[in-house]
Design a protein around this ligand. Sequence first.
Ligand code: GDP
Ligand code: MG
Length: 177
Amino acid sequence: MSDHKIVFTGTTGAGKTTAIAAISDTPPVMTDVPSTDPSTGKPMTTVGLDFGQVRLDSGEQVRLFGTPGQVRFDFLWRILARNAIGVVVLIDNSRPDPLADMATYLDAFRAELDVMACVVGVGRTEQHASPTIDDFVDALAARGLVLPVLPVDVRQRDDVLMLLDTLLAQIEASNAE
Ligand SMILES: Nc1nc2c(ncn2[C@@H]2O[C@H](COP(=O)(O)OP(=O)(O)O)[C@@H](O)[C@H]2O)c(=O)[nH]1
Ligand SMILES: [Mg+2]
């Protein structure tokens, strides 16, 4: 691992800002501003990016970046992903078509996924059990991808750390090959 940078992506409201704030050792840098789009149901939205840092038990320092959610910023997603070791795709399972949301981000990061670790974190599964974790795994398999899919509550530090650990385990496994 020469560069310890991890990118969090996902739809607006999926929890990128919350996840980074939950684990960052330094006060997270956020660029949320009042939302002009009432349909998101959120008073604030991220126009730029989120940034945080976390020191792992191993002593390694990891930089965390959150992408702007809106698809119109997708050129920024790949700029942010340069030199990253992994990407966390956050899914909001309360949205109309969470499997399509996952596909959007997998498409956007298609080239990066060849060289980068990836995990999928599915949020709000308690109130929204469908699609199930197995449905996400099946949808990934249909694309020829085998990636970890975990239910997460991004407000819980331990859940976000679990996502990170899963991602890092993937990287270590591929380095050992
Ligand atoms: N009730 C509930 N709220 C959640 C859950 N997961 C995330 N949230 C909330 O969803 C919002 C996510 O917003 P934010 O982190 O700004 O999303 P971003 O647009 O991806 O950066 C926050 O207000 C979280 O508290 C969940 O499992 N249950
Ligand atoms: Mg945000």
